[in-house]
Design a protein around this ligand. Structure first.
Ligand code: LLP
Length: 432
């Protein structure tokens, strides 16, 4: 199986985090997001331990909560020693309500509204990661009105194309995110920010992209950022206390995806960065990494109930399920790969080439094409889509007025509800 928290029990059913997925589907209904708390904690510890081991105490980890955001998650990552990356008042509010210490939160996004800025400052946000100079000015003005000095980082684009899929490339010069180093805008924004009252510049941030497997990309990114830090030190006399290198480590959605050894990657990165700061004659700033996907993706699966098996002779076979692009838009948006199994009989021969189709009124509502499932999938059979812990629940919608599925969690083989299923009443709650 694609991840070690998956198995098969004596009934021949798929197990996840030690529990029978068919029983879970029957108990809570489908579609159902199922998350493995122990796996999330394990994934957090891999980062925290490696950062300590290779960078020392002056390093930290932030959970990029856009990957999956609900109260329980902030609680878990906080307990594991993570700060968090938030991108909206909604994420700030969720973290706040979870009792997450907001001084450990970094507010990203390429366009924070005045309301976002005021709300985050009022609630004691640790840092804003500023995208551009207009935004720094807006934060400065709002901080002045409130009589506070706000800590910020500047988001820079190091000009790297990580060769992952286009929609999630963010570190290129022409990206909508950040201020480019190559064009001189990165330097300009630094100079201007240093001149602002009510703003304390603490350092820099970059995020190269997502689903990256090549450790060289991070190494190259860190080199560009450290060279920039050396330049602003020399030319502006500014010492960056923090360098946040963003998120992006890839996960295995299908067998063909490589396995990433995070510990080894961080070791290589730290080794390179230590040599580079020595060469540049600067101090090592406090280093942050900001993983999202690699914390939660393999800690989640989605369970569905099969409906019709439609065979179109000479063309295609469709297995339809009771969810789709409303709970997982990633295939429709990016053509993302997933592994799919029958949860009811994961060991049955998969002798039918088919498409897993959602229930939305849209031809593009597919979860995966060209997969193999047993040829006699029956109405009522449970289907599992694996590695759905990241960017599924957080990207879900109410398209076709479908209610969002529940998120249940499993901890030490005990299951509990983390997010309730939306009811029909929830669907109309804001209708006047
Ligand atoms: N930091 C920043 C500033 C980011 O923009 C992101 C992701 C992360 C950290 C976390 O990256 P991760 O470790 O999760 O790769 N919806 C897309 C992914 C968009 C990623 C956006 N930014 C998907 O479903 O693949």
């Amino acid at each position: 199986m694609i991840c070690e928290n998956l198995g098969v029990n004596s009934l021949g059913h798929l197990t996840f985090a030690g529990l029978d997925t068919v029983e879970l589907a029957e108990k809570y209904g489908t579609p159902l997001y199922v998350m493995d708390e122990n796996r999330i904690r394990h994934n957090c510890r891999v980062y925290v331990n490696a950062m300590k081991k290779y960078f020392g105490e002056n390093a930290g980890c932030l959970y990029a909560s856009k990957a999956c955001s609900f109260k329980k998650l902030y609680e878990i990552v906080g307990e594991e020693g993570f700060g968090t990356d938030v991108v909206s008042s909604g994420e700030v509010y969720t973290a706040l309500k979870a009792g997450f210490p907001l001084e450990n939160a970094f507010f990203h996004s390429n366009n924070k509204t005045d309301e976002d800025i005021a709300f985050a400052i009022d609630n004691g946000i640790g840092y804003f990661v500023c995208d551009n100079i207009e935004e720094v000015n807006a934060i400065s003005e709002i901080a002045a009105e409130k009589g506070v000095t706000q800590k910020v980082l500047l988001r820079l684009t190091p000009g790297i194309d990580p060769h992952t899929y286009e929609a999630v490339n963010t570190g290129k010069v022409d990206s909508k995110f950040g201020s480019a180093i190559e064009t001189g805008q990165g330097f300009e924004i630094t100079k201007l920010t240093l001149g602002l009252k009510n703003i304390k510049l603490c350092g820099f941030h970059c995020h190269i992209g997502s689903q990256i497997f090549d450790s060289e990309i991070y190494i190259r990114g860190s080199e560009i950022m450290l060279e920039f830090i050396a330049k602003v030190k020399k030319e502006l006399g500014f010492t960056a206390e923090i360098l946040d290198l963003g998120g992006g480590y890839g996960v295995r959605y299908i067998e063909a995806n490589p396995y990433i050894d995070i510990d080894k990657n961080i070791a290589l990165l730290a080794d390179f960065m230590k040599k580079t700061v020595a060469q540049l004659g600067i101090e090592m700033p406090k280093i942050y990494l900001e993983p999202g996907r690699s914390i939660v993706a393999d800690a989640g699966i989605t369970l569905y109930t099969a409906g019709t098996l439609k065979k179109i002779p000479g063309y295609k076979n469709y297995v339809s399920i009771d969810g789709g692009m409303a709970d997982n838009p990633r295939y429709a948006l990016y053509g993302s790969y997933y592994s799919v199994v029958s949860a009811s009989r994961p060991e049955a021969e998969c002798d039918m080439l088919c498409t897993l189709a959602g229930r939305c009124c849209e031809s593009g509502d597919l979860i995966q094409e060209n997969i193999r499932l047993p040829h006699d999938i029956k109405r009522g059979e449970k289907i599992a889509v694996l590695t759905t812990g990241a960017y599924n629940y957080s990207m879900s919608s109410n398209y076709n007025r479908l209610g969002k599925p529940a998120v249940i969690m499993i901890k030490d083989k005990e299951d509990f509800i983390a997010v309730k299923r939306e009811t029909l009443e929830d669907i109309i709650r804001n209708d006047m």
